[in-house]
Design a binder for this molecule. Sequence first.
Ligand SMILES: *Cc1c(COP(=O)(O)O)cnc(C)c1O
Length: 406
Amino acid sequence: MAHRTVPFLDLSREYRLLGPDLLRGIEAVLEQQRFILGEEVTALELQAAARCGVAHAAGCASGTDALWLSLAAAGIGPGDAVLTTPFSFFASVSAILRAGASPVLADIHPESFNLSSQAVRECLNGSAPPAAKAGESAANSAAIRAVLPVHLFGQTADWDGFEALQREYVRPPLRSGPEPLVLIEDAAQAFGAAWDSRPAGSLGQAAAFSFYPTKNLSAAGDAGLVTTDDEAIAERVRLLRQHGMRRRYHHEIVGWNSRLDTLQAAVLLVKLRFIDEWNASRRSLATRYCSLFEQAGLADRGPYPERGVVLPTTHPKATHVFHQFVIRVRRRDELKAFLDQRGIGSEIYYPVPLHLQPAFAFLGYSAGAFPEAERAAREVLALPIYPQLTPDEQELVVTGICDFLS
Ligand SMILES: *Cc1c(COP(=O)(O)O)cnc(C)c1O
């Protein structure tokens, strides 16, 4: 009997469902020839803003650019430091540098894998443990003006904790006077997620979404979006994404070219109709994974793995969209190799924490600076989860892990 394989992600299944709708949307753009900021871009911005519960949304070229645009439009730049997590995709930190600011890192919470508001508090109070203080040199004693939590794997970060910090902590009055801490969401993995029923994208002063093809809401290429309730921020994003011009060839500020393609907006408009249904499917797949592992007697009571696997947990206030279903397990690399051999896809998000990336060596952090992020990087494994994953494929995944562990 030939082994059945389980692809980690199979986007062709989605295409089989949506093909005719997508082609109609793309054809309409080709016929209209409005490739740059056409009407589909505006329609997507309006619908995305409504879905995220904010007044404004502005499309851009990628999630990475959405992060940079959010920071720059919120007035974060040289002389400012931005606190974020070492356990994320590279862009969470590189976008801070691109904005001219200095990244400062704080450790994660071992259950959610999200930036710990407690660790951020210690950083703001200057009472972080000595190892974590290494980054202060990198920040050149710049004042921490913003916090950039990431809603990792589709679960919103502890927003109560960050808003409490925002109320308590006011950055030193370097400019015109005391300014409150700015909160920017990296919502690249969290379209449709929520905290306390407030949608991701409406929690911070601005939020950055990515529609990279593997994200839970995805384009047919690169695309991104900034959401905000702040009209001035929205206005600046629109200026910055198009060379600082409102009127053609009249440049008010130095921006860049980071527009959302009309073709990508047409694709996203089709998919946006399904996002709630898809996120609900992801949640029920997650629930089913959990019960399969429980039934197999493999569920460890976390936060750290022992004999079995630690299953993902959802904070009572978080609406998780399971962009990824991430377990923790010992001998993770051996398990991944075992699953690979059976044709069962899995991925490691992320194998190297950002403070240990060669590109960020100049930030001055060393191994041991963020023990939770470093341990997570050794233990996490993402399993296949997408709306078209079948029940028997899920069973193959769990059986494969059972066979390895027993
Ligand atoms: C994907 C991702 C980004 C970057 O998005 P791109 O569209 O690939 O530029 C940023 N942050 C996180 C957490 C991501 O997952």
